[in-house]
Design a protein around this ligand. Structure first.
Ligand SMILES: *Cc1c(COP(=O)(O)O)cnc(C)c1O
Length: 396
């Protein structure tokens, strides 16, 4: 099959993409327009938690698409009730608002915190977020993100986000004033290069926010839905946040996200929040299928077994290549290189023949691994050997 150059010219050129068009996928494998297969350790950026075209998800789409697509967000539909009930039963949260993307869920979290501040904290509205944090690409979530330059791109942006260094409780405390309503963090900073929050730090934030009558918001768009080896990342620290956002894995590849809040914080009044597609039954039916797969007996045990295997395999490679080790949680992991050739290694892995390997290099000196949560032991071993080979090809 030829590349559709006219189609490519018709798309906005928003990122450098390889000259490949992906056409099909199954599990941990994806195929391009020329029929070449790739072992996929990107999985749509930690989105496809059950791999490509998982049968449970395909079945849910087929069945729901023949039953009801959209009654209107102003009416109840059963799949959204089924998913909301599951999420509240599995977490410390009582109320769910469904959204279509992680950024939209985070916008909702910011609005909810500000509303709570208006009602209970005399209009406090500032939210402490973190350097190198990532919360999305809308104006407010870019402003909340701690990526260098993101608070001035497309200025003027949304006011009220104060940046603290990650894993530094004293710095957070020093930034609090009467107008601070919340602290918002990723339990594992994903885009920053897979930097886990220390459990003590998270526990300290919980105590601090409670003492100062502030909210604790966890952005679990990447770390939630089993990615870190527990259903939700906050559970590693044994705390209960006030607000959580979910995205990515919750839909296993379809646009679904969620804003979760405890009853005492769930203060939207009619008209404050909504959206055309929010909670539509096609997406929430997928969410139910995904949730049931992730919480099936033995599933999380196998995530943790694959995590161990991946972690020790990466450490072995790091030692062999005299790199700087590996880190992460569950099946969100990173290999820290000793040079700035992560992009070259990822390209060499992709271009290897006859089969390629898809890896992500979010930083010049770091490779990120976010396979399907049901990746097999053989696939992890295969990835490790192809990574070794690709490293050798680049470094000679
Ligand atoms: C991906 C991501 C987002 C943004 O989600 P979108 O669905 O792309 O809007 C927000 N927060 C975190 C932690 C993410 O990883």
């Amino acid at each position: 099959m030829e590349l559709d150059q006219a189609g490519i010219r018709a798309l906005m050129d928003i990122t450098a993409r390889p000259e490949l068009v992906f056409t099909s996928g199954t599990g941990s494998w994806i195929q391009d327009h020329q029929g070449k297969r790739y072992l996929d350790f990107v999985q749509g950026w930690a989105v496809n938690c059950l791999g490509h075209c998982p049968p449970d998800v395909v079945r849910a789409i087929n069945e729901q698409s023949q039953r009801l697509l959209n009654p209107s967000p102003a009416f109840y539909n059963q799949p959204s009730l089924d998913l909301a009930r599951r999420l509240t039963q599995a977490s410390c949260f009582d109320r769910i608002f469904f959204a279509n993307s992680g950024a939209e869920a985070n916008e909702g979290a910011i609005k909810l915190a500000r509303k709570w501040g208006q009602l209970h904290r005399n209009g406090a509205y500032k939210i402490i977020t973190f350097i190198d944090g990532f919360h999305g690409r809308t104006l407010a979530t870019m402003s909340a993100s701690g990526k260098a330059g993101w608070d001035t791109k497309f200025a003027p942006q949304v006011d009220g986000f104060i940046k603290a260094p990650f894993n530094d409780l004293e710095a957070v405390e020093a930034l609090i004033d009467d107008e601070t309503v919340a602290v918002m963090l990723e339990p594992v900073q994903g885009e920053a290069g897979v930097v886990p929050a220390e459990n003590d730090f998270v526990r300290g934030l919980r105590e601090l926010t409670q003492q100062r009558n502030m909210l604790l918001i966890v952005d679990e768009v990447q770390s939630g839905m089993g990615r870190t080896g527990k259903l939700f990342g906050y559970q590693h620290a044994g705390i209960e946040p006030d607000i959580m956002t979910l995205g990515k894995g919750i839909g296993a590849g379809v646009p679904l996200a969620a804003l979760c809040a405890r009853e005492s914080v769930s203060c939207f009044e009619h008209g404050d929040q909504g959206g055309t597609y929010n909670g539509n039954p096609l997406m929430t039916a997928v969410g139910v299928a995904v949730f049931d797969a992730l919480t099936a007996p033995g599933f999380m045990e196998s995530v943790n077994a694959r995590s161990q295997q991946l972690s020790s395999g990466l450490l072995t490679l790091s030692d062999k290549w005299a790199m700087k080790g590996e880190r992460g949680a569950g099946l969100l992991r990173a290999l820290v290189l000793d040079g700035n050739d992560a992009g070259e290694i990822a390209n060499a892995a992709r271009d290897r023949t006859p089969e390629g390997l898809l890896l992500n290099a979010p930083r010049p000196d770091l490779l990120r691994f976010m396979p399907a949560l049901n990746v097999t032991a053989d696939e992890v071993d295969l990835m490790l050997s192809w990574l070794d080979e690709s490293g050798a090809a680049v470094r000679g």
